[in-house]
Structures are given as C-alpha cells and as structure tokens.
Design a protein around this ligand. Structure first.
Ligand code: ZN
Length: 530
C-alpha cells in the first residue's frame, strides 16, 4: 500500500519505534531484545514479550531502519525446581542446582531439557512471522565470551553492592562477589567465591563436593553473573536499544530498576528504551488441558483455534500495558468478526482526510497482523459462524466447503483453508454443545414422529423439490410457512421436528439459510422418506 496521503500512525509500536530513534539517536542499526529462561514451556504470557518486540522491530523497519532482533535463551540459569508435571522426578532431582543446559530431556530426545523447550518455540515462531536471532547464554558463558563483562562487574563490586542494597531489605554481606560459580567438578552452584586477584582469577570453594580452586575468566566455563548483573552486562555487550519487560521486572526496586543503574554506572551505557507489558489470561477452555504441555497454555494451543494473522491481531490491536484474555469460548467468533472487519476496512481505503484518519488506525493494525506481507487480493470474507456451519454440514471437508462457496479465488484458497482448519478445531474441541451438530446420513433410520409431523416433513420435502431451485431464501420462506399452515401445526412445533430430522437436535442454525446450505438433493433424501 502506498504511503501517499497517509496520516501519521498513532499505533503503539510506531510510537515506541520513534521513541527509540529519538532517545538512542540515529544509528547504523538498532538492537531490539527479548529473552527467557527455558526452564519450562514458554507460555502465551511469555509470548506477549516476543510479539511485542517483533511489532516494534517491524515498526522500525517500516521507517527504513536496520534492526537486529535478538532472543536470548538464559539456558545457563540454575535448575531450581523440578516442574510437577514432569516424569522421572527422582532423576531430575539429582540435577538441582546445576545449569539447566545440563538437565536431560526426560520427555523426548533433545540434548537437554532446556534445548527441548527452546526448540518447541523456535520451530513455532516463524509460523506467526517472528524470526529473531537466537543467542544461547550457556554457550556464551561456557566459551568465556563474557569474560570482560564479568571482570568489570568484579572491578565495580562495591558500586553494584550499593545499587542492589538500595532495593534489598537486608544488605549483601561484605564478602559478597557479583558472580556465581558452577563448580567445575560437580556442576552445582553450591559454591562460595573466596577471592579475586584483581584481574581474571576467581577463587571458590564448593560446599557439595569440597572442590577448591582458582579459575581464569578467560578460559573457564564456571563463572557467570547473577541475573540482575547479567542483564545490564548483556545490554552493553549487544548494545541493546529496546527491551520490554513484564510487571515482575518493572516493579519498583525490581530487576529493571537495578539493571538501569548498573548499566549506567558500571557498563557506561543508558538502559534500553522499555515498556511494561501486562498479563494474558485464558478464557473458556472449560477445563481442557493444553495439548502440548498438559498445564500452561502456549502459542501452539492458541494456533489451534486462531490463524497466525488473528493471533498477531490480538496482540497488535491491544496496548501492551493492558491485560486481556485469549478466549476459547464463543468470543472466538467475535474476535474473527473484528479481524474480518479490520481486513475489509484495510482494502476499502477512503478519500476524505477525516475518514482516512480513522482508517489509518485499523489499517496499521492490519498491516502489523500479517505474517508474510499484505495479500494481493483481499482474503475471502466469510463469517466464522457460517464457516463453522458449513464445515459441520460437510463433516470438516474443507474442499467441499470451497466447492460449495463457488467463488473462492485461487489466491484466496490457502488462507481460507487455514481459517477453516481453525474453525473446525474450535467446533470440535471448544464450541458450546448447542452450537455443534452433524447432519444425519441418508442411510440413518427415520426419527420417530407423530402422523401429522410425518406428513409435514413429507410436504416440506415436496415443496423443496418443487420450489427450491426457482426461489431465493426469502421467497421460499412462504412455502415453508405454508407447510405449517396447511397441516395446522404451529411453527414452534414444526421447526424442531425439521431440525430433528436433519441433525437429531431440536435447534440449529437459522432454518431457511440452513436448508439452502444443505441443498435440495440431501434434503429430499432426508425428509422425503416420511
Ligand atoms: Zn562441587
């Protein structure tokens, strides 16, 4: 879409992109960062951070800037707690206090538990158009790449202690060092640093195995920085310009607060531009557990019901500091309708400046929701409710739905199929019972009906055969009501019988449209036998 006559965007991602450029100055490239400890499944709340960064990265790139989007796996963090949902609890317990990169993958065949969690997300993110550069902290630390950063922390031991003490209730002891050590013999962090030679030599003792030695920061894999110091060290190392964080880090005296001070006083650099993102809650799963983890809801569970575009849309369309729910109940229909409306708006660009301003807001959300660029033609517009009805009539066969619709352009097929797959998953797994139905088979026995009802069904079948082809829905409704009138039954008694003969339930989608969707042939075979 050309930028001619386009009003200035007020989207939060664009506002943040401008802020980064303003505060960090004009740069060759900007570095935007995100990261997490892979100590469990990366849940959808964690995904909010990643997608928030991705949206800002896109906003910067749309301004013509070069951007490096890094994602740090903090896989040199210590394994503190065995997750309850994991098998082989006893085996895992033997790895407590060791780096998570050494913990075995008890659920699969990856080289470690951390790697399994990393891989799950890395394979999924491109589906929603997110493609960061991954940085593995375990490998960085074990290759001593952070030796200078660690030395700097040791040189500024007193400064850092003062900074941390400002947000602590009890002061750090005088013999505290701003490093932690994984014992080179037993791999546990049950160590105490006992000295530093003023250069690269760090001396420690291990409480678990009694090991005592001096290691060289330039060659050792043992030494790392605690989180509150590791974070600002990496901001400096990667020259990070932007990194958002959750509420837990952004509270007063939280890790962002102390990291900001350490970044400035120790590493000589202003903290990155940031914002706080809020929690995500989950609604309407009705006790259904997550398909992938059994516990937390992650991106893969959301993608079961929402297309990648609609998934992005939920985040792009909500300010990061606003809490919202991802729904699996009837609200799914509403989210899709909102997205479809946003899509139609995008493709119907108005002329007048006033209308254009309103359009811009939706248009920008639409652009940021796309995975691989703007589609050449507007995707096929079909209400998710109707799509769900069609899928149920055709037992989930998307090709038959497309054939039935008749006007789907070749360029629209892939996206429609993706949407249909999500709609079908939703119908099967999450839709309320009264939303679900399946059409009776021609070979099924007749339902039990009274004499008059049976006559009514037969008469309806006759009228369908006679008039359906030549009437539209509105015209045919006269014939439908005629059946009830001719046999002197109330429509409130008649309609439930029709539904029962079609779908074995007393209620269903609006009857006239429903009959037209099912079609003459099938109706005659189901109703004509009474
Ligand atoms: Zn040890």
């Amino acid at each position: 879409m050309s930028n001619e006559n386009r009003p200035k965007s007020s989207h939060w991602a664009d506002i943040n992109a401008e802020k980064i450029i303003r505060e960090k100055g004009k740069k060759e490239h900007y570095t935007c960062a995100s990261g997490i400890t892979p100590s469990g499944t990366v849940h959808i709340g964690n995904f909010r951070e990643i997608i928030s960064v991705d949206l800002v990265v896109r906003a910067l790139r749309d301004k013509g800037e070069n951007v490096r989007f890094i994602y740090s796996w903090d896989d040199y963090d210590v394994f503190r707690k065995v997750p309850k949902n994991m098998p082989k609890q006893e085996l895992l317990e033997t790895f407590l206090r060791k780096p998570i990169t050494l913990v075995p993958d008890v659920l699969g065949t990856e080289e470690s538990y951390a790697r399994a969690n990393e891989k799950n997300l890395e394979e999924l993110l491109p589906v929603v158009g997110v493609k960061p550069e991954y940085i593995y902290q375990a490998s960085k630390y074990r290759n001593s790449e952070y030796a200078e950063g660690i030395k700097k922390a040791l040189e500024n031991r007193d400064v850092i202690r003062r900074q941390l003490n400002e947000s602590r209730t009890t002061d750090l002891p005088d013999d505290w060092y701003p490093v932690s050590v994984f014992c080179a013999k037993c791999d546990r962090d049950t160590t105490k640093v006992t000295g530093w030679d003023g250069h690269y030599g760090v001396e420690y003792e291990c409480e678990s195995c009694g090991n005592k030695e001096t290691v060289d920061l330039k060659t050792t894999a043992a030494v790392k920085l605690p989180w509150r110091i590791d974070w600002p060290m990496r901001w400096a190392y990667e020259d990070v310009d932007f990194e958002p964080a959750g509420k837990d880090h952004h509270s007063e005296g939280g890790s962002f607060d102390t990291a900001r001070k350490t970044s400035l006083e120790v590493y000589g650099q202003e903290a990155p531009v940031t914002f706080q993102y809020d929690f995500i809650s989950i609604k309407g799963r009705g006790g259904k557990i997550s398909s992938s983890t059994g516990e937390v809801v992650s991106l893969i569970d959301v993608l079961e019901v929402y297309t990648p575009e609609v998934t992005r849309y939920m985040f792009a369309g909500t300010r990061p500091n606003t809490e919202f729910s991802i729904s699996f109940d009837l609200d799914v229909l509403k989210i899709y309708e909102d997205y479809d409306k946003c899509e139609r708006t995008y493709f119907e660009k108005p002329e007048s400046p006033k209308a254009l301003k309103k359009w811009e807001k939706q248009a920008r959300i639409y652009e940021l929701s796309q995975v691989d660029g703007i589609p050449e033609v507007m995707p096929y517009q079909i209400q998710i409710r109707l799509l769900s009805t069609l899928l149920q009539i055709f037992s989930g066969d998307v090709d038959r739905v497309i054939e039935y619709l008749g006007d789907v352009k070749p360029q629209q097929v892939d996206k429609l199929k993706a949407k249909a797959q999500c709609a079908w998953n939703w119908v099967k797994n999450f839709a309320p019972e009264d939303f679900k139905f399946s059409l009776r088979e021609d070979t099924d026995d007749k339902i039990e009906v009274g004499e008059v009802e049976g006559k009514a069904l037969k008469l309806l079948s006759d009228k369908i055969e006679a008039y359906m082809d030549s009437c539209d829905e509105k015209e045919f409704s006269t014939h439908l009501y005629d059946v009830a009138r001719e046999l002197e039954i109330e429509t409130s008694d008649f309609f439930p019988v029709v539904y029962k003969a079609l779908i074995s339930k007393e209620k269903g989608p609006r009857l006239i449209s429903f009959l037209y969707i099912i079609g003459k042939e099938k109706l005659v075979s189901l109703l004509g036998k009474y």
